[in-house]
Design a protein around this ligand. Structure first.
Ligand code: 2M8
Ligand code: MG
Ligand code: MG
Length: 279
C-alpha cells in the first residue's frame, strides 16, 4: 500500500500549516511500513525541513506539482539512477521545464498581451509572508523554484483565457493551487508524477501497490484520478473528480482533520473486506 498526499490544505492546515490531528495516523502508517508520499506545489527546498518535521525522510516526495521528484536510496534503481548528490542522499529527477524558460516566456507574454499578473519571484519576502502566512525561512524556501512559478492573476477572466492559450504554444500550462496559479510544463502534473512513482514501486517490489490519494485543490485532480482510492478533502474549491474503479470519498472536515477522516475511511473499508474474506 502507498499513501500519496497533498500538503497545504490537506495534511497541513490551510492557514496555520499545523498537522497535529494527522499525527496518530502518520505514526500508525510508519509502524506498518506504509510509505506516505508528499505530492505538493512546494519546492524541494521547502521539503527538506518539512519531511523532517513530518517524519517522512525515508519516503519519496513529489514537489512543484510534479516537476521535481525526490527518491530515497531504497526507491532507487541500480541501473536507472545516478547516486544522490543532495546532502540527504536523495536522487532528484527534474521532469518538467526549466524555471529560466518559464520566467522568460512569462515576460514575453506579459509584454505582448499587456496582461497583469505578479510572479512569486517579483514579490518581496514580506509580501510572500503576508500572502501565505509562512515565516521568514519558509517564505525564502518557497521562492527557490526549479520547474514551476506561482503567480497572482490581476486581470480579467477573458485575459486569462488568452494568456493560457499563449502559454500552450510554449509547452506551458496553468494549474491552480489553494492560493496561487502555477505555471508548469504541459506534461507536468501531480497525476503523471504519481503514476511514475507507482510504476517505480511496482518495478522494485514486483507487485502493484494499492494506492490512496488525498487532496483539496484543482491541481490535485490528476493525482486523485491516478490512485485506486481517492479522498477529496473539504477546502476552498469544489473539485470535479472522475473517480477510479474503487471510488472517491469526500470528507466532512477540512485540512488535517479531514485527512485523518479520509485515511480512516479507506482503512476501515479494507479492514471490513479482510474480515469478510477471512470469515
Ligand atoms: C504555494 O502553493 C500553494 C499550494 O496549494 C498554493 O498555490 O496556494 C507555493 O508557493 C508553495 O511553495 C508554498 O509553500 C505555498 C504556501 O501556501 O503556496
Ligand atoms: Mg492543497
Ligand atoms: Mg498543493
Amino acid at each position: 500500500r502507498l499513501v500519496l498526499t497533498d500538503l497545504d490544505g490537506s495534511l497541513l492546515d490551510h492557514d496555520s500549516y499545523d498537522f497535529s490531528p494527522a499525527k496518530p495516523w502518520l505514526a500508525r502508517l510508519k509502524e506498518w511500513g506504509v510509505p506516505v508520499i508528499p505530492v505538493t506545489s512546494k519546492t524541494r527546498a521547502e521539503m527538506l525541513p518539512l519531511r523532517e518535521a513530518l517524519g517522512l525522510t525515508a519516503t519519496p516526495f513529489i514537489a512543484e506539482n510534479g516537476a521535481v521528484i525526490g527518491l530515497p536510496p531504497s526507491w532507487c534503481h541500480a541501473r536507472l539512477d545516478r547516486p544522490g548528490s543532495g546532502r540527504d542522499g536523495m536522487v532528484i529527477k527534474h521532469t518538467g521545464v526549466d524555471i529560466g524558460f518559464i520566467h522568460a516566456r512569462l515576460d514575453v507574454w506579459r509584454q505582448r498581451l499587456g496582461v497583469a499578473f505578479t510572479r512569486m519571484d517579483e514579490l518581496s519576502l514580506d509580501e510572500v509572508k503576508e500572502l501565505t502566512g509562512l515565516d521568514d525561512e519558509g517564505a525564502r524556501l518557497a521562492c527557490l523554484r526549479e520547474g514551476s512559478e506561482p503567480l497572482i492573476w490581476q486581470d480579467s477572466d477573458e485575459a486569462l483565457a488568452r494568456f493560457r492559450h499563449s502559454l500552450e504554444g510554449d509547452g506551458l500550462r496553468l494549474t491552480r493551487g489553494g492560493r496561487f496559479w502555477h505555471v508548469i510544463g504541459v506534461a507536468t502534473d501531480k497525476g503523471n508524477a504519481t503514476e511514475w512513482l507507482i510504476g517505480r514501486f511496482s518495478a522494485l517490489r514486483g507487485k502493484h501497490p494499492l494506492s490512496i490519494g488525498l487532496g483539496d485543490g484543482p491541481n490535485d485532480i490528476p493525482m486523485l484520478e491516478a490512485v485506486d482510492q481517492a479522498v477529496v478533502i473539504r477546502g476552498c474549491h469544489q473539485l470535479d473528480v472522475e473517480p477510479s474503479a474503487q471510488g472517491l470519498y469526500r470528507t466532512r472536515q477540512r485540512g488535517p482533520l479531514g485527512w485523518a477522516e479520509g485515511v480512516a475511511y479507506w482503512w476501515g473499508q479494507s479492514d471490513r473486506r479482510l474480515t469478510a474474506e477471512t470469515r
